[in-house]
Design a binder for this molecule. Structure first.
Ligand code: C5P
Length: 233
């Protein structure tokens, strides 16, 4: 299974993201399109970036009744994205419906991964706001197991949770991990961070890296450094 670096293209609009991608003349990086860019520019931005030869992780974190998620996933599958996601809290039934919607007539489909608990949710908030009394680690592992039972390919999690997820769901179950920073870089608003090298050692399959690349003086050099440190290339 090939490891890869996914660039979180958290830009406000089409012009900014395309001029950023224009800097990459050699390898076409894997790109994450999130809610901000998708809501601002619509499906056209996905088609445009895909046309330029990039793989796309469409990070829309769906969570709704199974029928609605199934029909929405069918739309995303027709957009020809490579990876998309949903909230595991929507239940196993919802995740199974998502897989059905995502699967094309020829049997192929984009990778589908689940958000377990958002990294912005602390154990205290989980207990007080959503009345989940169990330890956060246990909840993450349980949601990952549900995603596996539903037939999903993996989860989005903190690199620090990646080895727990692998222990519960097996080594083939993908871990896609944000919260990555260079050893000599700024943390920004991320709290629990790891370096690309450590993320690799812990067991991440894909790292999602935003500002350390998008805000770098030389984004191409920063991307190449990530690839070197994470994939050992
Ligand atoms: O700029 P930075 O490297 O912090 O960007 C990380 C990306 O990963 C952002 O798009 C952020 O929304 C996303 N993300 C995250 N933590 C999560 C889930 C997604 O940082 N738990």
């Amino acid at each position: 299974m090939g490891k890869d670096v996914i660039i979180a293209c958290d830009f406000d609009g089409k012009e900014q993201v395309l001029s950023f991608l224009d800097k990459f003349t050699g390898k076409k990086p894997y790109v994450k399109i999130g809610m901000e860019l998708f809501y601002a520019e619509g499906p056209e931005i996905v088609r445009e970036i895909k046309k330029r030869g990039h793989k796309i992780f469409l990070d829309l974190k769906l969570c709704d009744i199974p029928n609605t998620v199934k029909k929405s996933m069918k739309v995303l599958s027709n957009l020809d994205v490579d990876m998309t996601n949903l909230h595991a809290s929507g239940t196993i039934e919802m995740m199974k419906a998502a897989i059905e919607g995502l699967t094309r007539e020829d049997g192929t489909r984009p990778l589908l991964i689940a958000v377990t608990q958002l990294t912005s949710t602390s154990e205290e908030r989980m207990k007080n706001d959503i009345l989940i009394d169990k330890p956060l680690k246990e909840v993450v592992a349980h949601y990952a197991k549900n995603a596996k039972v539903a037939g999903l390919d993996g989860v989005v999690c903190s690199p620090l949770e990646a080895s727990d997820v692998k222990a519960v769901c097996g080594n083939e179950f993908l871990t896609v991990t944000p919260g990555v920073r260079f050893a000599d870089g700024e943390k920004g608003d991320q709290v629990r961070v790891t370096t690309p090298e450590d993320a690799n050692k812990i067991g991440s399959d894909y790292i999602v890296v935003g500002r350390p690349i998008t805000q770098a003086e030389d984004p191409v050099a920063a991307y190449e450094r990530c690839i070197r440190e994470f994939c050992g290339e």
